[in-house]
Design a protein. Sequence first.
Length: 215
Amino acid sequence: MKKIVAINCSPRATWNTATLVREAARGAEEQGAEVEIIDLYKLEKFTGCVSCFGCKLPDNLGKCICKDGLAPVLEAIRNADGLIIGSPNYLGDVTTGFRALFERLIFQSLTYKTEVRSYNQKQIPVLMIMTSNASEDFYAQIGYDEMLKRYQGTLSTFVGPTKILISSDTLQVKDYSRYNWTMFNPEHKKKRHETVFLEDKKKAFALGERMVRGS
C-alpha cells in the first residue's frame, strides 16, 4: 500500500488550502493509499533551518537532526510514496510555516558536492497547491508564476517530480460586511467559491488519484 503525506501549511485548518489538500488526500485514499494529513500550524513549536550542518556529518547524511515539531513530519515524508503540500499566498510567497518546512526538507538533501547534488536517493511525486486572493490572470504580471516555478524546480530536484495546482481569486471570509474592503466584490467572491472552487476541488481530487496511480 502506498503512503501519502498531505500537509496543510495554512494557519486556517478548514478553509481553502486545507480543503484542497484534503480533497487531494481523499483522491489518493480512493486509489487505496494510506494517507497521513498534517496541519502544520497545529504542531509543536518548530523553526526553519538553523544552519547546524548536522545533516552533512557522516552519521546523519541527508537527515535533519533538529528535534522539534517538524522532526516527525520530515520522517513521515522520508518514508512516504508521495507528498501533497499546500499553502495560501501570503505577500507574494508561501506561508512562514511552509517556508520553514521547505528549508528543512531541502537543505538536508543538499550535498555541496559537484559530483552528486542530493543525498536523497528516493524520488517521490509531489503536488504543491497554492491558493490566492489574486486572480490567476495577474500571476505573470506580479511574479507569482516565477515564484511557483522556483519552488517547483527545487522540489522536483530534491524531492521528486512536482505538479502545481493553483486556486485563485478565492473567498477569504464568510462575511465581507464586517470589513471595509473596497477592492473586493463579495457577491463575485461567493459565486466563484460556489462554482470555480468546486472545480478546483475536483482537480485536486483527480491529482491525488493520479499520484497513486502513477500516471
